[in-house]
Design a protein around this ligand. Sequence first.
Ligand code: ZN
Length: 286
Amino acid sequence: MKRLNNVCRVLVPSLFLVILLAGCSATKGALQNFNLFSLEDDKQMGYEMALQIKQNSDNEYPLLDTVRYAGAYTHLRGIFNTVLNSGGLTYRNDFNWRIYIINKDVKNAFAVPGGYIFIYKGLIDYLDNESQLAGVIAHEIAHVDRRHSSKQISKQYGTQLLISLFLPQDANEYLAALAAVGNSLVQLSFSRTDEYEADAVGTSLMAKTKYDPYETAGFFKKMMDGQAATGQAFDFLSTHPSDDKRIASIQALCTSLGVQPFTDAQKRIHVTNLNALKTKLKTPSR
Ligand SMILES: [Zn+2]
C-alpha cells in the first residue's frame, strides 16, 4: 500500500504545531490529550485509507461488491443510519460516514478516521441478532466520532518529535517512523480509556434507537464465550481485550440509562432480522 506518502502528506504540516506546542509551557498531560489533526485531516486520512483498501480489494481487504450485493448493503446501511441518526453524535454532519463489508471469514470490524467503518462478513455471520451487530457498529462509530485514531497518532508523533528535539535524527529515519504508524492505522489499537469511552458512547447511541443497548455488552460476551469454547483467537478481541468488568460496566450504564431489557418477542424479531441479512449476504442481487 502507498500509505507512506499519503499519511506523510497529511502529517508533516501538522508537525510544526508540535514544535510550536513544545516551545510553549504545555504540560506532558496536555500534550498527550492534544489532537494534531483538524476535522479535515481526519476526513482526508479516512478517504486515503478507504481508497487504498478499495485498491487492495483483491488481496488483503476483499470488499463485498456493493452492486451485486445491493440488498445486503441496503440492509446494513439501514442499521448504520439508525445509529448515526440517533442524535448523539458530535460529527454526524462533518464526516463522510460510509460502511463496507469485507468478504472474509474473520470475526472483526474496524474504523478509520473521517467516518469509514469496515465490518467483516465472518462477524455478521457469527453474531446472534441485529442488536449485537448494531452494537458493534455503534462502538466503531463512537471511535470515529470521538476521533480516537487521530488522537492516538498524535500521541505517538508528539512523543517522537519531542524526543527528536533533543536527539536530532536523520530525516529518513523520521519518515520511516511515520510510515510505521501509517501502516498500523487500519488495525490501530486504542487505549483502555478510549475503549471504555467507545463502549459508553456506543451504548448511549444504542439507547436512542430501536436496538437493545444491552447487546453492546452481548456481542463482547458472545465473542468471549466463543473464543473460550473453540480455543480460536478472534481478531476483534485481540484489539478489544474483554473481561467481565468491561461487560459489567456496559450493563451498569444501561441500568443507569433506564433501559428495559428486550422481551422474548423483541429478541426473536432481532434474530429474524439478522438472519435475513445473512441470507442476503449469500444471495447476489444480479
Ligand atoms: Zn474499540
